[in-house]
Design a protein. Structure first.
Length: 212
């Protein structure tokens, strides 16, 4: 009996270092988990207020390019800036077309008229803070901008004071007709005193043909 008790004590004592080691490992795991969690939360805290939104990529017909609209947003400030990214699918090179901070791109439409040698992109966007008070918002005018298919050339067709409302492309003449209201009283907003205006533009030369 005494011998058995002695053996049992030896077994117990022999297991003590193992138990202590396991306890240390558990403590280390807990500490490591706390450190990793804190690190992740720190990164999240730095990044959670800023994020990037990609819309789907769109092929630019007749070229090797695809384009995407990219928006940088902050959780507190909302939309920070937006731009169009042109990607050459042949070599992976990119070209970025920037718009003003707080500017908003509404639509991007390709106009391709082979017989007239016209292939361009029409962009409708709010890019002008007309009243100069609160930044670009929904009360500012919509502009019509023409981009080359590689994004390297950018031309604003409409006057900054024109609130463009509707437009249509004629593929026989290669023109775009744009209607809207011009801020004739220079108060930085669209109201009843503003003059209605129709403009016809040549999409080849990107020049105004006539105002109606």
């Amino acid at each position: 009996m005494l011998y058995m008790k002695y053996l049992n004590r030896q077994v117990v004592f022999s297991y003590l270092p193992i138990a202590r080691t396991k306890l240390k490992l558990r403590k280390m795991k807990v500490i490591l988990l706390i450190i990793l969690t804190t690190f992740c939360l720190t990164i999240y805290g730095q990044d959670k207020y800023n994020y990037v939104i990609f819309n789907k990529f769109t092929e630019v017909e007749g070229t090797e390019y695809v384009i995407a609209r990219i928006e940088n947003r902050g959780k507190m400030e909302g939309l920070k800036n937006t731009y169009l990214l042109f990607i050459d699918t042949k070599n992976g090179l990119t070209n970025q077309v920037d718009f003003p901070n707080e500017g908003y791109i509404q639509e991007v439409e390709q106009v391709k008229i082979d017989k007239l040698g016209i292939n361009c992109l029409l962009v409708s966007a709010r890019i002008v803070d007309l009243d100069g008070k609160k930044g670009i918002d929904w009360n500012d005018p919509t502009q019509i901008i023409v981009l080359s298919t590689d994004g390297k050339q950018k031309t604003q067709l409409t006057d900054s004071k024109l609130f463009a409302s509707t437009w249509a492309v004629n593929k026989t003449t290669g023109t775009i007709t744009i209607t809207g209201h011009y801020d004739t009283n220079n108060n930085g907003k669209h109201d009843k005193t503003d003059k209605n205006e129709i403009g016809v533009y040549d999409l080849k030369s990107l020049k105004l043909i006539r105002k109606i």
